[in-house]
Design a protein around this ligand. Structure first.
Ligand code: C2O
Length: 630
């Protein structure tokens, strides 16, 4: 690990960095990964876009040592900050420390961790307010261990993870481990108001769980209000020796996210209220740009790129993770075909693509072979502008990074290509079609024994006063988080037959009181696409199509199995999963604005089991002290 991420905890087993492994493997080829003491990030002082791109001050930026890099960052900020440091809420706190940028080399994952004996891996997470400038524009952030993105967790599927989270923010928080099954540990799912109360300001909570056979690429994030929008995210990679994917020589985590210069509570307020954004309630805040592993570009204020130096003629696994809040990100690397091999922790039959659209909270692993002409190439993460409901002047719609091999580790791609992407040769594959995803060893989903129908809609609830809100509905209910308790806690010790009697209607809970194959039949009546996520399970996608569900034929030969899917506007979808994992599990749209507006449904699985959970008393005690969850 490089010095810039030294504040992040490391597993105690002392695995060495991946660059070492690759160097060994590359047999003295001209790979030139940098020495640990050097920055791999390019600070190109003054890349000015003015019809043509003029690069000046290259000598200032290249080869700067780590110790001075942050100083450079600060000085470039102070020169641009005065004109562009305010978001829609008009203020960036002036008394907070600066968020640390994470060195590009931190993207390299371990290649030998899967050989390690099962162990317990302990992490300390300190969550706090900071300011930061991921794309060069100073903004208010919430981050873990002072860095954005937060620390990457890497483990094996047999391991136990212990994460001690200390909340130094003024509002309560909870950290969710997206996609994990949490069998028997629903109370560590980290979903505020559902599986726990928020961790109160100034207090700590220890998450302690195993992976239950979950393998692949995922992420962790705050699950309280819209906090993760402001920066509380990180990669979570679960390795295994027997994962059903092709072999590769190097492994990388690529976290892509949309980015807002404003602070999320202020944006949420605009979204909810009658004036709305651009005069229309229900217009989701349009991002200002985005990041790749915490680094973005905005206008001419920041010309730093996330950058990777790889070895030539090797196979790399890139784990693409959309840690954003609203829009899908379309990932590509100029001149390279990618091979999709995993989606949301499910190994898939390899599919060649030119690009992959990764919806919010989804993950894909792609293989990239470094067998093109030695050189530097642009890597691109394009924001899906179809989701934009108004014009945001200045928005950076494509985030760029650098991927190079067979050249020096400061080589840059041709600047002309930035806005003139080369196309792949004729006959090359295009963007991933999710219909082409087939799980390795997949087969039909079991028949459903329990069925739930719901509709998705969004509406301005009107009314004469300012408190009227734009809300999201599942059936006719808009979820509002419980205060001072959680669904799970309210139910503890409950020995009624259906286990759900104590919860208000606003909780929209369906109880499954014996193991069932549950089927969700969903009609999206809304004009927007919704990336839905089910906690604690993967589901099979057994059918989907235009319009409403009217008993159309399903496609249940080898349905895709995953935990987050996009339900497009005006379409139906049918999902199935085995509900035998006790606890309260959220099923919700992962767009932060929509979830905050109530687009969430809960499943109460095997209540007679979860009523007996032995939950640490201090977690229950924290309910009395939780703060307002912004
Ligand atoms: Cu990524 Cu409810 O979670």
């Amino acid at each position: 690990m490089s010095a810039s991420v030294s504040s992040s905890p490391e597993p105690k087993d002392g695995h060495h960095t991946h660059q070492d492994t690759l160097l060994k493997g590359s047999g003295g080829q001209n790979a030139s990964p940098p020495a640990r003491s050097r920055s791999r990030k390019l600070l190109i002082g003054g890349l000015v876009v003015a019809g043509i791109i003029v690069v000046i001050g290259l000598s200032v930026g290249l080869g700067v040592g780590l110790s001075v890099r942050n100083d450079h960052h600060h000085s470039s900020l102070s020169s641009s900050g005065s004109s562009s440091s305010t978001g829609p809420d008009g203020s960036v706190p002036s008394n907070l420390p600066m968020t640390n940028t994470v060195d590009s080399s931190a993207a390299f994952l371990s290649m030998d961790i899967a050989d390690a004996a099962p162990s317990t891996r302990t992490y300390d997470f300190v969550v706090e307010e900071r300011v930061g400038a991921p794309d060069g524009v100073l903004k208010h952030m919430l981050v873990v261990n002072g860095q954005y993105p937060g620390p990457t967790i890497e483990a094996n599927t047999g391991d136990r993870i212990v994460v001690n989270v200390t909340n130094k923010m003024p509002n309560s928080t909870a950290i969710h481990w997206h996609g994990l099954f949490q069998r028997g540990t629903n109370y560590y799912d980290g979903t505020a108001a559902i599986t726990q109360c928020g961790i109160p300001p100034g207090e700590s909570m220890v998450y302690n769980f195993t992976f239950d056979g979950w393998v692949g690429s995922t992420w962790w994030h705050a699950h309280a209000g819209t906090q993760y929008t402001d920066g509380i995210t990180g990669a979570l990679i679960v390795h295994a020796k027997n994962e059903s994917v092709p072999a590769y020589d190097g492994d990388l985590a690529i976290q892509m996210a949309d980015l807002y210069h404003g602070f999320s509570p202020a944006l949420l307020n605009l979204y909810h209220t009658p004036g709305g954004l651009e005069g229309t309630p229900g217009n989701e805040p349009v991002p200002d740009g985005g990041t790749i592993n915490g680094v973005g570009q905005y206008g001419s204020t920041n010309t730093t790129f996330f950058n990777l130096t790889l070895a030539p003629n090797k196979m790399y696994r890139l784990r693409l993770i959309n840690t954003g809040s609203f829009v899908a990100m379309d990932f590509s690397v100029d001149g390279h075909v990618l091979t999709v091999i995993e989606a949301d922790g499910t190994a898939v039959e390899p599919v060649e693509v030119g690009s992959v659209s990764v919806a919010v909270a989804q993950r894909y692993s792609v293989l990239l072979r470094t067998n093109g002409t030695a050189g530097a190439y642009w890597m691109r993460a394009a924001l899906d502008q179809d989701a934009f409901t108004y014009d945001n002047p200045g928005v950076q719609t494509e985030i760029r990074g650098v991927l190079r091999y067979g050249v020096d580790d400061d080589a840059l791609p041709d600047a002309f290509l930035l806005d003139n992407p080369p196309s792949l040769p004729d006959g090359s594959p295009g963007e991933l079609d999710t219909d082409d995803l087939i799980p390795v060893g997949g087969g039909p989903a079991p028949n459903a024994t329990f069925s739930v129908y719901f509709t998705i809609s969004m509406q301005y609830t009107g009314g004469p006063n300012y408190l009227s809100q734009f809300l999201s509905f599942i059936n006719s209910t808009s979820w509002q988080p419980l205060q001072g308790t959680s669904s799970l806690f309210a139910h503890l010790g409950n020995n009624t037959a259906d286990g759900s009697a104590t919860l208000a209607d606003s909780q929209l809970v369906t109880t499954v009181d014996e193991p069932h194959v549950v089927e969700f039949i969903i009609d999206n009546l809304d004009d927007g696409d919704h990336p839905f996520h089910l906690h604690g399970h993967k589901f099979w996608i057994v059918g989907s199509g235009a319009g409403r569900y009217q008993h159309q034929a399903l496609d249940n030969k080898a349905p895709m199995l995953r935990d987050t899917l996009v339900i497009p506007a005006y379409t139906w979808t049918i999902l199935r999963f085995v509900a035998d994992n006790p606890g309260f599990w959220a099923f919700h749209c992962h767009i932060q604005w929509h979830m905050a507006a109530g687009l969430l449904f809960q499943l109460n699985v095997l209540p007679s089991e979860s009523a007996k959970f032995d939950i640490p008393q201090y977690m229950l005690d924290q309910c009395a002290r939780e703060g307002n969850m912004m």
